[in-house]
Design a protein around this ligand. Structure first.
Ligand SMILES: Cc1cc2nc3c(=O)[nH]c(=O)nc-3n(C[C@H](O)[C@H](O)[C@H](O)COP(=O)(O)OP(=O)(O)OC[C@H]3O[C@@H](n4cnc5c(N)ncnc54)[C@H](O)[C@@H]3O)c2cc1C
Length: 386
């Protein structure tokens, strides 16, 4: 691979660092707009060290994290549907999503804030209703369920691969096993170095997930990396817990909670919970028995019989901001650089909307979707960064 300045293989209108969900969607959106795109990924295609791997992710519409996310997810849903139609394997399964928590809980209040603000359809189900419709799901007395139909599951590994394939089909050059060692602004453009080559671009989008703070050390972003365990159980009676009998779920006992996906696409019942601090370069040990037991104890209460001994696990990383919200903004010193960590453990569902948003920001300086609350300056005003 040459690195002469006018070597077209190292020149681009837009360079993307990191090809997880967000970087792949950015390369896809940019290539489909006819831009020359180079995507650089540190690890092999489909690697399992970041935040976007695994069979499934939940997509909801009544977003508990805040009404400001609803326009993003509605845009993403339309674009997931399009990708699903174009793909030879299902990318999306909208079998509904249910929240079970004590009546009047914070989880339900947050759901209702978004649903009411955006006039989203949902049903309030009492324990008896749930038992009738989803017999495997137990709703304890004093608990309530909120159900929305137009929600469910995105097949994560397939989705990221489909975005990468479509990006390449539209001319993007995606380089795997090519870690970026450094980048710098160069006039109105950027220069990006890897062990293999030096790249020049007019615009740069940094979607490096858990490694964001490493590539943007000067910004001292207050992002914390967390290790998260997902367990997939093979229930002894699988059809009781499959996607025809159970929607995606968020289960909370008022203090702790789990999220999960029914058995679907040959996979068992997947559950996950909150994370624990780690560093992105640490080799993640497999899930411990304690980590599995912590999830099993919640599952046993709400989905008795789902958490059999037959199980598989994966570890994954969240990149979390102190306020639990995304980071999407221009670099404060370099307007040709866009910084994006749309994670905090809930970013995947927005992937197909965020890709075009990042290209808009990079190329025209602003985005059509509401992202103002995701700016870097909020950390300065909050004193999180000096
Ligand atoms: C277990 C788990 C369950 C989740 N469940 C849900 C869910 O149900 N619904 C939902 O909406 N969201 C969910 N999320 C969150 C969602 O998956 C993430 O927000 C999303 O995947 C973040 O994508 P990303 O592209 O920012 O990060 P990543 O996928 O980590 O991509 C960053 C990429 O940058 C690369 N990189 C880093 N440094 C460099 C460098 N120097 N040079 C080149 N490449 C580099 C990395 O190798 C990596 O591939 C979950 C996350 C986890 C971990």
């Amino acid at each position: 691979m040459g690195n002469a300045v006018n070597d077209t293989s190292t020149r681009a209108d837009l360079i993307v660092i990191g090809l997880g969900a967000m970087g792949s969607a950015t390369a896809d959106a940019a290539a489909r707009r006819g831009l020359r795109v180079i995507g650089l990924e540190a690890f092999e295609q489909g690697h399992r060290r970041g935040s976007s791997h695994g069979a499934t992710r939940i997509i909801r519409r009544s977003i508990e994290e805040g009404p400001q996310y609803v326009p993003l997810v509605l845009d993403a849903l339309a674009r997931w549907r399009q990708l699903d139609e174009e793909s030879d394997q299902p990318i999306l399964h909208l079998g509904g999503a249910i929240r079970v928590a004590p009546a009047g809980s914070a989880l339900h209040a947050a759901f209702l804030r978004s649903a009411v603000a955006h006039h989203l359809d949902f049903e309030r189900l009492q324990p008896g209703d749930v038992h009738e419709r989803f017999p495997a799901l137990v709703v304890p007395d004093g608990f309530e369920a909120l159900f929305e139909q137009d929600a469910g599951v995105v097949f994560a590994d397939r989705a990221v691969r489909a975005l990468q394939t479509r990006a390449v089909r539209h001319g993007a050059s995606l380089q795997f096993d090519e870690p970026v060692s450094q980048w710098r602004a160069d006039g109105d453009g950027v220069v990006v170095d890897t062990p293999q080559a030096t790249y020049r671009g007019d615009r740069l989008v940094i979607t490096a997930g858990a490694w964001t703070t490493q590539l943007l050390a000067s910004l001292a972003l207050p992002l914390v990396v967390q290790r998260v365990v997902n367990v997939t159980f093979q229930p002894t009676v699988p059809q009781r817990f499959d996607h025809e009998h159970l929607p995606a779920f968020l289960l909370s006992d008022g203090t702790s909670g789990v999220y999960g996906v029914p058995a679907i696409g040959g996979e068992g019942v997947k559950v996950g919970g909150s994370g624990s601090p780690t560093s992105p370069d640490e080799t993640q040990p497999p899930a411990s028995d304690d980590e599995v037991t912590a999830l099993r104890s919640v599952v046993d209460r709400f989905l008795p019989g789902a958490a059999s001994s037959d199980r598989s696990t994966l570890t994954c990383l969240y990149t979390t901001a102190p306020d639990g919200h995304f980071v999407i903004d221009h670099h404060p010193d370099h307007p040709q650089v866009v910084v994006a960590s749309p994670c905090s453990g809930h970013g995947f569902k927005y992937t197909t909307a965020i890709g075009p948003v990042l290209v808009d920001l990079a190329v025209s300086g602003s985005a059509s979707l509401p992202i103002d609350s995701f700016g870097i300056s909020r950390f300065i005003t909050s004193g999180a960064v000096k």
